[in-house]
Design a binder for this molecule. Sequence first.
Ligand code: DGL
Length: 283
Amino acid sequence: MKSSDFRLQASDLRHLPIGVFDSGIGGLTVLKGLLKELPNERFIYFGDTARVPYGTKSPEAVLRYSREICRFLLKGKGSPQVKMIVAACNTASALAVPILKKELPVPLIGVVEAGAGAAARLAPQGTIAIIGTKATIKSSIYAKYLKRLAPKSKILSQACPLFVPLVEEGWLNQPVTHEIARIYLEPLTGKKPDALILGCTHYPLLKETISRIFGPNTAVIDSPTAVAQKVKDELIRLGIESKCRPQKYKTQFFVSDDPKGFERSARFFLSRPILKSVRLIRL
Ligand code: DGL
C-alpha cells in the first residue's frame, strides 16, 4: 500500500488501532496521555524491553530497531494492522522517525515534532530549553524543528542520562534525585528559559521536581500532552478517528523480553494495572 492510497481507504482504517512503540516501559507515560485524550481509540503498544535503552545506542541501531517494530505493527494481511504509528520514544523520534516517515504506508508521529510544536507556540521568540537522553540531545533534532517553527527562539539543551535509571528505580523524590537534577539543570536555569521540553519518556514522572527547580516563569512541556493533541488533530484531519468507544480492553501489549517484569512496573508508569496479559514477541 502506498501512502497516496491512504485517503481513499479512510473509512476502512477508522476502526483499526493506533500503534505506539517505545524502547521499553517509559512510553507508557505517552500511552497514558493518548488514552486520556482519545477515549474512542484502541492501541497496540510495543515495548522493546530486550534492547532498552535506546538513549545510549548509535543512530543506525535505533533506526534498525524502530524499523523492525513498525514492520511488526503493520503486519496485517494485505492491509495495515494499525492506522497510525506513534513513536513514544524520544530517541527513536529523533533518530528514526524522519527516515521512517518516508517509508511507511501509514502516518507516523513522533514525540519530538509534537513537543517542538508546543514549545514554538508557547515561546515563539523566547528561550527554549530541551532535556533528553544523550542520543536525543546529540542528534540536535529539537533544534532543527525549532529553527523552522520558531526561527527567532534561542535554543539550549542538556543531556540528563541518570534520570532514566532514577525513574525506573522509582526514586522520584529521594534527596539524591533532587541533587542530580539540580546539577544537571544548573546550566539551564541560569539562562531563565521561557519553555522547557521534557524530551524523554521518563521525565514527566520528574515533572514536579524539575518544575520546582526552574520556578513559575518556565513553562514545562511534556511529550504525553503534546503528542496526544497532535495525534487527535491528525486523526480528524485524515478522517480516520474512531467514532465508537471500545468495549473492553483498549490496549494490547507486546514486549521483546520479560512480560511479567513489564506487567509489574507498568502500574507505576500508567497509573493503573494492565488488565490483559502482556505478550512476548521475537522480532
Ligand atoms: N524511551 C527513551 C526516550 O524517550 C528513554 C529510555 C531509553 O534510553 O531507551 O528517549
